[in-house]
Design a protein. Structure first.
Length: 64
């Protein structure tokens, strides 16, 4: 996964995520689980810097 995104800028990465979500047609339950997993990753170090917070909102807009 890391290699897929390592050379992308933010816009390219977000576009890849959006394309994958559309292509796979995930259910509402699957999208909710994805959102929860993303939040767990961000909270793993018990810190939520502004960049992670902003990225979380952007990803939520893409997911829903």
């Amino acid at each position: 996964m890391y290699r897929e995104f390592q050379n992308d800028d933010e816009d390219e990465s977000l576009e890849k995520i959006q394309d994958a979500l559309e292509r796979h047609q995930y259910s509402e339950l699957e999208l909710c689980e994805l959102k929860n997993e993303i939040q767990q990753i961000f909270a793993a170090d018990r810190k939520v810097p502004m960049a992670e917070s902003n990225l979380g909102r952007i990803l939520e807009n893409i997911i829903y």
